[in-house]
Design a protein around this ligand. Structure first.
Ligand SMILES: [Zn+2]
Length: 424
């Protein structure tokens, strides 16, 4: 009874409060919230940095352009455009096959036209990144939620909602498809399933009364959440990397992330996905360290491959992009960057971005596992020299000399290395 009286009292107070409300003041207050939460502001706000890899790296530092990344030859603009024109004929031919299976008799979830759009994007990603070691399936799933997923193998699922939201922004679609392909390529599905299986085992034991298992379960759950978030960051970076290889514009692609910011909650503590503002920050930081050369590598791969055919899959819900029957040498397919490649890229790009301390850290990591790369020692020497100029700390000039000497011992004929040795 007492409780009821208190409740009555409280509700009377609240109701009273409502009655006494100044409705204009409510509008003022609401507008204050809207300043913070307004959707249009979130979607259109300029979260973007300059993702153009070309501009991201400043030209202010010495660069004799002798660092070698990957195995490719530059394709001239004219040659490349001619190839794209030829490819266009093939695309038209293959587009017909999308309508060939009598889709209306089945539960096709999207139209040939929509499938054609995603086909063009996915096909480019596949060829530019040498992902043509297996058939890929892309599904447009009828769903009102903006979402995408993958099954860990070769199936990428986009909801019709995310497709419709970005169907006029191929760069964004490339980012979404690339992200999901990234999960598959980096083996995230398997990693996730392993963690979940182990967790489930402990959860069952805990239920039977094993205290140790209860503790183990709690620990594993925490690890699962951290790992899941890290896998999202990795898939974002990989997706952007795949998209850049295929010639997509990362500035436009980042629209996906700015759009998703609307779904952010205060805390992502228990979520398997990081908050989008954090994903955007990660995207900004990592894409500044992408290589301009990747665009040329992608062009080289597209130039040297033929358009991949597409058809409506047997499931009538997805399309299948088929790979050539006569596969190339398996070594020639996509592989994640090796640690050497990653350290070299980070050392070089931090140098280009004039973050010499970080550049030296990553070159140092590289030299722990590879002492054969003469250009890397030369650039490390440059970085140490700039770092000396900035800090006047004599240890850096010593480091610059050591690295230059090391480069010289590996390649005494290189005129840039010779010049650096002489100048220090
Ligand atoms: Zn993901």
């Amino acid at each position: 009874m007492k409780k009821f009286i208190i409740l009555f009292f409280i509700s009377a107070l609240i109701l009273n409060g409502v009655e006494a409300k100044d409705y204009v003041k409510t509008q003022v207050k609401e507008l204050k919230h809207a300043q913070k939460y307004a959707t249009t502001k979130k979607v259109t706000q300029n979260h973007k940095q300059n993702y153009d890899v070309n501009n991201a790296a400043k030209d202010g530092v010495k660069d004799p352009h002798i660092m070698k990344f990957g195995d490719y030859k530059e394709i001239s603009k004219a040659k490349y455009e001619e190839k794209l024109k030829k490819d266009e004929e093939k695309y038209k031919e293959y587009a017909v096959s999308l309508g060939k299976k009598h889709s209306s008799r089945y539960t096709t979830q999207a139209d040939a036209e929509d499938f054609y759009t995603v086909y063009r994007v996915a096909e480019k990603l596949i060829r530019a990144n040498k992902l043509d070691y297996m058939n890929w399936r892309i599904c447009l799933k009828k769903d009102l939620d903006v979402n995408a997923s993958s099954d860990g193998s070769n199936l990428v699922i986009l909801t019709t909602a995310i497709f419709d939201t970005f169907n006029n922004n191929e760069d964004a679609l490339a980012m979404v498809i690339g992200h999901e392909m990234g999960h598959a390529l980096l083996g995230h599905h398997k990693r996730r399933m392993q963690l979940l299986t182990r967790m489930e085992k402990q959860r069952k034991l805990a239920k039977e009364g094993f205290t140790v298992s209860a503790l183990a379960y709690a620990g594993m759950k925490k690890k699962f959440i951290i790992d899941s978030k890290n896998m999202e960051y990795a898939a974002d970076t990989e997706g952007a990397k795949l998209a850049l290889h295929a010639g997509y514009n990362l500035d436009q692609a980042s629209d996906v992330l700015t759009f998703l910011i609307q779904y952010d909650l205060d805390s992502d503590y228990n979520s398997t996905h990081p908050r989008t503002d954090k994903r955007l920050a990660s995207f900004n930081e990592n894409s500044k360290l992408f290589l301009e050369e990747w665009k040329d590598m992608g062009k080289y791969n597209i130039y040297n491959s033929e358009v991949l055919p597409v058809k409506l899959s047997s499931d009538r819900k997805s399309i299948t992009i088929s790979v050539p029957k006569n596969k190339l040498n398996p070594d020639k397919y996509y592989a994640p960057e090796t640690m050497e490649e990653l350290y070299l890229r980070l050392g070089y790009m931090y140098y280009k971005n004039e973050q010499f301390d970080k550049s030296l850290d990553y070159f140092d990591e590289l030299f722990k596992i590879d002492q054969t790369n003469a250009p890397a020692y030369l650039y490390a020497s440059y970085a140490a020299e700039y770092q000396y100029n900035n800090t006047k700390d004599s240890k850096y000039i010593k480091l610059a000399k050591d690295y230059a000497q090391k480069a010289y011992s590996l390649d005494s004929k290189n005129k840039y290395i010779k010049k650096q040795v002489d100048s220090l």
